[in-house]
Design a binder for this molecule. Structure first.
Ligand code: NBG
Length: 831
């Protein structure tokens, strides 16, 4: 037996059977994994056994890349990115890993020779729902792109035992069920019991003087929890690089409290184990008031502390010193969830590594950068000082010290401006005291970015106005992007084949190559095939819809789709107003001249967000209402698609004709669903909000359906005094729709059901639905008219795809590397 770790030249070749790319290799290793990986023979193997054997087969090949990546990165000691995110929504791994390895077809053949169907096994995979929506999905797209661009990176996060709830619909209402994604195990992760860090909570601090006479502080915690590393390899597209997603699971430091055990108190002994493990039990759904939820602050601190300790450990193992940590590490905060990293890195550097405050601050502020993902005031995190102090007494002292020094600088620049000081302070003292996490992140970061140009501009005018006045150069923009490998190549094989036949497959590396499609936009043959691909995707979605809801939809109608988290600012209820407008048109004139439509709406509502849940109920009520009316049933369908997640998204985007991006201008930071739809050939109806603005610039205004107020108009209307009831009174069409909603007709005579929505719209309408209604309905009518001209529609669809190159997450990552991280790719050679 050889004990020394092998060096690169000893590593098994990619072409050996265990990790080889040929059909025979895959067949053999699939059977080996079935027999020896999970101890099953084909005659008794369940579908999940077969899936697991295939996943292990693919994982072997991914690990082959991982070991080469680790070796290369160790050798080169390059600067790397640490992406800190409380959420990741990676979606199912199997299909994408096959694509990235370039062995999808070989695997398909290998399985078919054994009598199995690849697509069937791909469908078997449950996805890790470790995030809420766009923010978590963006983190996953970024991990893919970092690896594909060969940027050394590690994603840090939390291994929630229960991810985002599963959504089912009962009697039209959302019902939440726990997401037991680990039920059948997870073949993609490997636990590393030897990589763990201890995380302290509570207790008190005490000053002491070290032998050199320096003033020091010691934190004496109440309890300590252990974070254990679970690693998932993230392979790039057709490259050697496979980076790590390292998620932390909380464990008790001791499995049993032996003192308690010895006293015979068995239950108290196990209690600590249970309460420690609670920390990573469950993901918090967003859009709820989380203020004061101690467990959430525990989660944030837990994963941040593990991650920073881990980074420092690796840095030192590579010969680095704490004072040059920032030279080797770019730490990105994905929103404010990991913002406590600022105080924790300072604590680690000052208290544990004995750096002076100023040096530690240099290191911290040059290492850390922060991405802001929303301007909604209720989503800007702040923690009651009292809770913060109880859980993180040392960190509160550090926050106060940072604040003290920071405010001195502000005072010097703006003497006598106490209001400014109060606004910029890390502590909100206007009422009960809070720690403002966005301010903490902003003060400490060398860069703060928004996620679309409009959002970044608004940031400087609104939430970060004072900070931008102090240091304008700190603020920049990086427009979001999405992963075309997952959302086109894996999700939409028909379109991928068509595109690749015309322009080759270079677009999967460099999305701007899609431009080469432009010359074919009016080519009748290409157009026909384009429509055929779309129709096939719509047929598949129709099957899924029928299986999930029992509703039959006609793939020849316009598939008009709105999928995203349910929120009033995203205005799913504006879409409902449009549906009822069409309904009433049909009732008034059964031969009304507009194309038949299938509306598909999907998304989860936060369990505690009453209005969002009511909107789901309303959509379902409208769905049943039109379905029960034989006079409209064939012209208008409304489907609420239950359980929208990454996996179902991969079937939904490819089937859309029309993408609804209808948030109130100024509210959606970027949106990324908008990009996924357009890349799959949907035309967009949208407001000038988030990344819609840039998408419209790229695809051309003729190829984008714009409606609604601009940000400036919204602000102007608000300051003038918005009176939604005026719109109701002046627009008879709108009045009829709202009256229908309020009449109880949609809900078997129950007038109370939609009352909160109708009342809210008539009296406050904080998201300006009524103000935008007319423009929206007019725009929808134009879209209906265009549908009749299929050639023109298809031409616009092709042009949309051709001009979406900018919205690859690869481009976003390039921008981050250049504008924020100063990190360069490292080529990994796989033998
Ligand atoms: C969301 C925004 C989206 C944006 C994603 C990713 C949060 C806090 N923000 O508009 O609402 O696309 O972040 O940047 O989830």
């Amino acid at each position: 037996m050889k004990d020394d770790p092998p060096n690169t030249t000893d590593l098994p070749s990619f072409r050996g059977t265990r990790t080889g790319p040929e059909v025979e290799d895959i067949k053999q290793s699939f059977l080996d994994n079935l027999f020896y990986g999970i101890g099953r023979v084909p005659s008794v193997a369940t579908r999940n056994d077969l899936y697991t054997a295939l996943a292990l087969t693919v994982r072997d090949r991914v690990f082959h890349h991982s070991v080469h990546t680790i070796e290369t990165h160790e050798e080169q000691q390059a600067r790397r990115v640490a992406y800190l995110s409380a959420e990741y929504l990676p979606g199912p791994h199997l299909g994408l890993n096959l694509l990235n390895l370039g062995i999808t077809e070989q695997a398909r053949q290998a399985l078919s020779q054994l009598g199995y169907d690849l697509d069937d096994l791909i469908e078997q995979e449950d996805e890790p729902g470790l995030g809420n929506g766009g923010l978590g999905r963006l983190a996953a797209c970024f991990m893919d792109s970092l690896a594909s661009l060969q940027v050394p990176a590690v994603g840090y996060g939390i291994r929630y035992e229960f991810g985002i709830f599963e959504q089912t619909i009962r009697d039209g209402w959302q019902v939440e069920r726990t997401d037991k994604w680990l039920r059948y195990g997870n073949p993609w992760e490997v636990v590393r019991p030897e990589i763990y860090h201890e995380v302290k909570f509570g207790g008190y601090t005490e000053p002491w003087t070290d032998e050199k006479g320096h003033h020091r502080v010691r934190w004496v915690p109440d309890n300590v929890v252990k974070g254990e590393a679970y690693d998932t390899p993230i392979l790039g597209y057709r490259v050697g690089t496979s980076n790590l997603l390292r998620l932390w699971k909380a464990e008790a430091v001791e499995s049993f409290d032996f003192a308690a055990y010895n006293q015979g108190d068995y239950y108290r002994a196990v209690e600590e184990k249970m309460s420690s493990e609670n920390i990573t039990k469950v993901l918090y759904p967003n859009d709820e008031l989380v203020q004061g939820k101690i467990l959430r602050l525990q989660q944030q601190f837990f994963f941040v502390s593990c991650s920073l300790q881990d980074l420092l450990r690796v840095h030192q193992a590579r010969g680095g010193r704490p004072e040059n940590f920032h030279e080797k590490n770019a730490v990105q905060l994905n929103d404010t969830h990991p913002a406590v990293a600022v105080a924790e890195l300072m604590r680690l550097l000052v208290d544990e590594h004995e750096l002076g405050w100023d040096t530690a601050w240099q290191v911290t502020s040059q290492a850390i950068a922060y991405t802001n993902h929303t301007l909604l005031p209720e989503a800007l995190e702040k923690w009651p000082v009292e809770i913060f102090a109880r859980l993180l007494p040392r960190h509160l002292e550090i926050v106060h010290e940072i604040n003290h020094r920071f405010l001195e600088g502000v005072r010097a620049k703006f003497p006598g401006d106490d209001e400014r000081l109060a606004r910029m302070s890390l502590i909100d003292e206007s009422g009960p005291r809070f720690v403002r996490m966005a301010n903490l992140a902003t003060v400490a970061s060398h860069r703060v970015n928004g996620v679309a140009q409009l959002h970044s501009d608004l940031q400087k005018k609104t939430v970060f106005h004072d900070f931008a006045a102090l240091c304008p150069d700190k603020f920049c923009n990086v427009t979001n992007g999405v992963n075309p490998r997952r959302f086109v190549a894996v999700g939409n094989p028909a379109l991928t084949k068509l595109i690749t036949e015309r322009i080759g497959d270079g677009w999967l590396h460099e999305l701007s190559e899609l431009r080469k499609l432009e010359p074919f936009a009016s080519d009748p043959d290409f157009q026909n095939r384009w429509r055929e691909a779309k129709l096939g995707n719509k047929q598949k979605l129709a099957e899924l819809i029928e299986a999930g809801t029992g509703i039959q939809v006609n793939p020849h109608t316009i598939f008009d789709i709105l999928v995203k988290r349910i929120h009033e600012y995203k205005r799913q209820h504006l879409c409902v107003l449009q549906i009822l407008t069409l309904y009433l048109r049909l009732k008034h004139d059964p031969r009304a001249d507009f194309p038949s439509r299938t509306f598909v709406i999907g998304g989860k509502a936060a369990p505690g967000y009453f209005m969002a849940k009511l909107i789901i109920k309303l959509i379902n009520a409208v769905s049943t209402f039109v379905e029960n009316d034989p006079a409209v049933r064939d012209r208008l369908k409304v489907v609420f698609f239950p359980g929208f997640n990454v996996k179902s998204a991969q079937h939904i985007y490819p089937a859309a004709d029309l993408s609804e991006q209808i948030s109130t201008a100024g509210k959606e930071a970027s949106g990324t669903g908008n990009m996924k739809f357009a890349l799959n050939g949907a035309l967009t109806i949208g407001t000038l909000d988030g990344a819609n603005v840039e998408m419209r610039e790229e695809v051309g205004e003729d190829n984008f359906f714009l409606f609604g107020l601009t940000v400036e108009q919204v602000m102007e209307l608000r300051s003038r005094g918005y009176r939604p009831r005026d719109y109701y009174e002046q627009n008879s069409r709108l009045r009829e729709v709202l009256d229908l909603m309020g009449s109880g007709a949609l809900s078997n005579g129950d007038k109370e059901l939609s009352r909160p929505i109708v009342d809210n719209l008539l009296s406050h309408d904080p998201f300006f639905l009524l103000a935008d209604y007319e423009s929206y309905v007019d725009c929808q009518n134009q879209i209906g008219a265009l549908w009749a001209d299929q050639q023109n529609w298809t031409r616009k669809s092709i042009l949309n795809v051709a001009r979406m190159g900018k919205f690859s997450a690869d481009r976003s990552i390039d921008d981050y590397c250049e504008r924020i991280w100063n990190v360069k790719p490292v080529h990994v050679h796989v033998g």
